[in-house]
Design a protein around this ligand. Structure first.
Ligand code: HEM
Length: 416
């Protein structure tokens, strides 16, 4: 066991024996193990870290446009990015020389703001957007059009969408998650620095306070509506479900995506001021769960299965037909499940006396056409929560399998 894995196990061990057992299971499966708050997460592996890795507390998500016309230059940058990402995940400077040990005449190969900070569970997860394969004008800039997965089909327009194209889409994305915001921002900033002239930042989003658990070792956090979020999420320990619903399998096509996953991002503004004037019982009816315990209405404990058949004295279903958890439940969506991995955000105020707050929703899945699209279609049509939320940005990315070892690089199988 290398030092980082030892730290990862020790970090999990402090939260109890059950959690340590889960951690051991994760290691056996070679899923990226997480660290204690400050330790390192293994960068190399069959799958990219940052998907089933225990959700960290902070996010810096960035989408890039590729500005070079040269495929070779793009591949060269992906190699440089991979080396830098592996170094930063291990808590090192982005470059070999570092922030302060180079010659005074040259700009440093690390920006310096993470000097002295531990790895903080940093994971960096890359994805390729539909426009990398063919841009808005239909041009196959990098000879990749034939490699575009059918599952990376553009998302349809959903009822109520208020998407801003300036903060949507992107040729590439990198999701940086860490337990220290400075570490996440440092990682994205250094990738942008390395990519100067090859890519430019299209949009980026900071997030705080994970809104999902991705492992049974984690307690369920709360979103900005004050509700537990992530109770019925796909979890790292559910191997069979992950195979069926998360990872691209042989035969799904194309082969370069085998072992990868597709991410959908939605920046969802939450009208928290309106929500805060809504009675508790109504809030709970909208979600379909109790605000305190997180139990489904009609149940007792957080992890009780919701019983959608139960009716109240008035003859109405205890969990309303239009409640969020009923509409989003796999039973209502042909068995579709998602691995949700979102974060809260507050981007200052909106100039109208309200917080510009919400959920930066991220969901991973095996095929968005069969998972995100039907679930979001049902929610967009009928969810009563829609009165309190607005989807303002959208992203769709093919996240390739993991970088196996030193010398391998992000997207090797795609670029050949
Ligand atoms: C701001 C927007 C949203 C809020 C505040 C929100 C909140 C919640 C809450 C409190 C739960 C119950 C706890 C849990 O099981 O995690 C939940 C469940 C769920 N949500 Fe959302 N959600 C939002 C948007 C979405 C979107 C856009 C999707 C997918 C298109 C989605 C899919 C799900 C699913 C699949 C479940 C689990 C349902 C089940 O199996 O019981 N949510 N959400």
């Amino acid at each position: 066991m290398n030092r980082r894995r030892a730290i990862a196990l020790a970090g999990i061990g402090v939260v109890g024996a059950g959690a340590a057992a889960s951690a051991a299971a994760l290691l056996r499966d070679d899923h990226p193990a997480t660290a204690g708050a400050s330790g390192a997460v293994e960068f190399y592996g069959e799958q990219q870290a940052g998907i089933v890795t225990l959700a960290q507390d902070r996010l810096h998500f960035v989408a890039f446009d590729v500005v070079t016309k040269s495929r070779d230059r793009l591949v060269e940058m992906l190699r440089e990015w991979t080396e830098a990402a592996a170094r930063m995940a291990a808590g090192k400077d982005a470059g070999l020389i570092g922030a302060v040990d180079g010659i005074p005449e040259a700009p440093p190969d690390d920006t310096g703001e993470a000097l002295g900070l531990p790895p903080s569970g940093l994971t960096l997860t890359i994805g390729f957007g539909p426009s990398l394969f063919r841009n808005a004008d239909g041009v196959d800039r990098f000879g990749l059009a034939a490699q575009r997965p059918a599952a990376l089909a553009d998302l349809p327009r959903f009822p109520g969408d208020a998407l801003d194209p300036k903060i949507s889409g992107g040729d590439l994305c990198v999701q940086a998650c860490a337990n220290d915001p400075q570490v996440a921002v440092h990682a994205i900033r250094n990738l942008a620095r390395i990519g100067f002239g090859t890519v430019s930042v299209r949009w980026s989003q900071l997030g705080f306070g994970r809104t999902s658990s991705t492992s049974t070792a984690q307690a369920t956090p709360r979103n900005l509506f004050g509700f537990k979020d992530g109770t019925a999420n796909l979890k790292a320990e559910e191997e069979g479900l992950l195979r069926d619903h998360l990872w691209v399998q042989p035969g799904d096509g194309p082969s370069w995506m085998e072992g990868g996953s597709y991410s959908v991002t939605r920046k969802i503004r939450m009208l928290v001021e309106t929500w805060d004037r809504t009675p508790l019982a109504e809030q709970e009816a909208i979600v379909g769960r109790a605000k305190g315990s997180g139990a489904p209405l009609g149940g007792k404990d957080e992890f009780d299965e919701p019983d959608f058949a139960v009716k109240g004295e008035d003859g109405e279903p205890t969990i309303a037909e239009v409640a969020h958890v009923r509409l989003a439940h796999p039973d209502q969506n042909g068995g579709a499940r998602l691995l949700r991995r979102g974060y809260n955000f507050v981007d200052g105020s909106d100039g109208l006396g309200r917080l510009n707050a919400g959920l930066f929703f991220i969901a991973y899945q095996r095929d968005p056409r069969k998972q995100f699209v039907p679930v979001q279609t049902a929610l967009a049509r009928n969810d009563v929560m829609n009165e309190y939320i607005r989807h303002v940005s959208s992203g769709l990315f093919a996240c390739p399998p993991g970088v196996r070892e030193k010398g391998d690089f992000w997207g090797r199988a795609l670029f050949g």
